[in-house]
Write a protein that binds this ligand. Structure first.
Ligand code: 5GP
Length: 190
């Protein structure tokens, strides 16, 4: 399989640990490069434009849609748009690397439909919706409303878990990271 076409997609409900697992994979495999999504939400804490997201205005986001510049995009939360730019995947492939997409469940399904043979989708399964809620609460980044929205969405997203190539239960972060590393090693060797 040519390296230029591979895509690694990590998806999960918010709070299931996908960002931690993605970071671990990025540190383990130098061939991987994080695909920076465009998003219309505000940057949090020490998030940086161009590193965590391309933080853009809703108007600019609409322009990218009109010009057909997204591989996929979603209104992930009420009024907040997120999308993977075609130019971002190309930038990473041109650098001889494999893009890693940390995106929501619907976005993951859309990308896989477009790259059925070269994309690998990994779904991180949280131990339970209750544990997920506690994790989000302790992260302290959510308001009561946004926490409720994320928890409701999580139950819905878990119902899609059979759509993905691989599933990893994250009841222990270290074990989940090791499982992810084994899966990605096999994917890179193909
Ligand atoms: P957060 O606001 O917590 O950074 O991300 C919210 C959700 O949006 C996460 O589940 C994240 O994976 C997802 N997300 C980030 N970028 C994209 C993207 O480009 N497309 C889609 N569909 N989801 C994304």
């Amino acid at each position: 399989m040519p390296i230029s076409n591979k895509i690694l997609i990590i998806t999960a409900p918010s709070g299931a640990g996908k960002t931690s697992i993605t970071h671990r994979l990025m540190h383990t495999f130098t061939q991987l490069a994080f695909s920076v999504s465009a998003a219309t939400r505000q940057a949090r804490g020490n998030e940086q434009h161009g590193k965590d997201y391309y933080f853009i205005s809703p108007d600019d986001f609409k322009k990218h849609i009109q010009h057909n510049e997204f591989v996929e995009w979603e209104m992930v939360y009420e009024g907040k748009y997120y999308g993977t730019l075609k130019s971002e995947l190309q930038r990473i492939w041109d650098a001889g690397k494999i893009p890693v997409l940390d995106i929501d469940v619907k976005g993951a399904i859309h990308v896989k439909q477009q790259y059925p043979d070269t994309a690998l989708t990994i779904f991180i399964v949280p131990p339970s919706v209750d544990v997920l809620k506690k994790r989000l609460e302790s992260r302290g980044t959510e308001t009561t409303e946004s926490l409720a929205a994320r928890v409701n969405k999580a139950s819905y997203e878990i119902s899609f878990k059979d759509h993905f190539d691989k599933q990893i239960l994250n009841d222990n972060l270290e074990h989940a990271c090791e499982a992810a590393i084994t899966i990605v090693q096999a994917f890179l060797a193909k």
